[in-house]
Design a protein around this ligand. Structure first.
Ligand SMILES: Cc1cc2nc3c(=O)[nH]c(=O)nc-3n(C[C@H](O)[C@H](O)[C@H](O)COP(=O)(O)OP(=O)(O)OC[C@H]3O[C@@H](n4cnc5c(N)ncnc54)[C@H](O)[C@@H]3O)c2cc1C
Length: 384
């Protein structure tokens, strides 16, 4: 681990276990990703399945562990995977997001039934909260689950669901009505094969990302597939998102580092006006801004992860700062990198062109930049 992009592993947030994990995932990425990419030839869905299976075979997925990994571990893994390949980061994150509610709050039967296949990467998983009219406003969810003896009957639609149409099972947040708003929601595991369940639309986005719209029509789910107590679904979902939010920042950091490494090599090699691009002072100003953005994002990201792992309390403020800063600054870094590549950076398939598209969604999902700003401001005002 001699590369400069691993310098931060010397920071006091990390121990030997973290350093070993980062080295392990870097080794996996270098060994496995070229083969997986060549086997799947740009087929996004089979890429995701192959990556999940390979991570699973290596025992690298969260559900393969006895308990949820630390936030620092999740962040380091996502940073490394995002550096190498956005779908590798995506596949790892989704196996974690789909499994975490069960690991945190599922009873023994639900854990034993669903987690082993997720841990081996055989079943791809999904976490379905958003609806057409309930994105940032999660409390507006209208998908219902009505009790019927030992079962629940689900009706409604979810949209923008990662791995929609691909997942073997979905963790779904539905309104059960114990109390108004967010206190009347419950989580369930819904198998892809369940009667009354369908992925009714595949949604194409600017960067490859399996995304679907799900429909529940009198979909019968046994009570054993409920996760946690009725009415606790929002709380459990927020615990999951608290753990994973810093890891979105880490993924953004991985994208930014990749763009930075690519552009450093380019500005040293590119000659113009009798010198190299890197010798021009305006280039140096851009490089200084990128380097500082990256370090600031890394500091906020791993401060949030460390505090999540060690404080024993909700970690909304540092997590929101990390996610907001790292995703916005990664966009800036990649934009600057593209500018320095000139026309080359715009060519379809160029790595910086791809990163420019890949990073965009991170400012929207798992709490948009505006929502993170609200969390930060309310927390700071509440303390004042
Ligand atoms: C690639 C991708 C993958 C996704 N995967 C999943 C998934 O797996 N599971 C899932 O459940 N969801 C998923 N989502 C959905 C995602 O969580 C929502 O898109 C997100 O919560 C925002 O909701 P929205 O799109 O409905 O936007 P809206 O909530 O309509 O927001 C629109 C705009 O208004 C801003 N805004 C909202 N509230 C305020 C406010 N109070 N003040 C100021 N501005 C505000 C927002 O920041 C945003 O810019 C995914 C989205 C994307 C893009």
């Amino acid at each position: 681990m001699t590369e400069e992009r691993f310098d931060h592993l010397r920071w006091p947030f990390f121990g030997d276990t973290d350093r070993t994990a980062a080295a392990g995932i870097e080794g996996w990425a270098r060994r496995e990703l070229p083969r997986i990419a060549s086997d799947n030839q740009g087929d996004v869905e089979s890429m995701v399945r192959s990556i999940a299976a390979s991570l699973g075979a290596g025992g690298l997925l969260p559900a393969a562990q006895a308990e949820l990994p630390s936030c620092r571990h999740l962040c380091l893994v996502r940073e490394v995977l995002a550096y190498h390949n956005p779908l590798a980061d995506f596949a790892f994150a989704m196996q974690g997001l789909g499994s975490a509610p069960l690991m945190l709050a599922g009873d023994k039967r639900v854990r034993e039934r669903f987690l082993p296949s997720a841990g081996r990467g055989e079943a791809v998983t999904a976490f379905a909260i958003s609806e057409a009219d309930a994105g940032s406003d999660v409390a507006a969810i209208t998908t219902t689950a009505r009790r019927d003896g030992d079962d629940w009957i689900l009706n409604g639609e979810k949209t923008w669901i990662s791995n929609g149409g691909l997942a073997g099972w979905y963790v779904v947040l539905a309104r059960t009505g114990e109390a108004p708003g967010s206190r009347g929601l419950t989580l369930f595991v819904v198998e892809a094969a369940a009667e009354g369940f369908d992925c009714v639309e595949r949604i194409e986005t600017m960067s490859p990302h399996p995304l679907g719209r799900l429909r529940f029509e009198n979909c019968l789910i046994p009570d054993v597939q409920r996760i946690g107590e009725p009415g606790q679904g929002f709380k459990i979902s927020m615990r999951v998102l608290d753990l994973f939010r810093p890891s979105v920042a880490a993924a953004a950091l991985g994208f930014a580092r990749r763009a930075f490494d690519e552009v450093l090599a380019h500005v040293k090699a590119r000659t113009l006006f009798g010198t190299t691009l890197g010798e021009l002072q305006m280039t140096q100003a851009a490089i200084a801004a990128m380097a500082t953005d990256i370090d600031a994002a890394a500091l906020l990201t791993y401060r949030a992860a460390w505090s999540n792992d060690t404080s024993g309390e909700r970690n909304s403020l540092p997590s929101a700062m990390a996610k907001w800063n790292a995703t916005e600054s990664a966009q800036r870094v990649i934009d600057r990198a593209l500018q320095l590549f000139g026309a080359r950076g715009l060519v379809t398939g160029h790595i910086v062109e791809r990163l420019y598209r890949d990073v965009r969604a991170l400012r929207i999902y798992e709490g948009s930049s505006e929502i993170q700003q609200l969390v930060i401001a309310r927390s700071v005002l509440g303390r004042a």
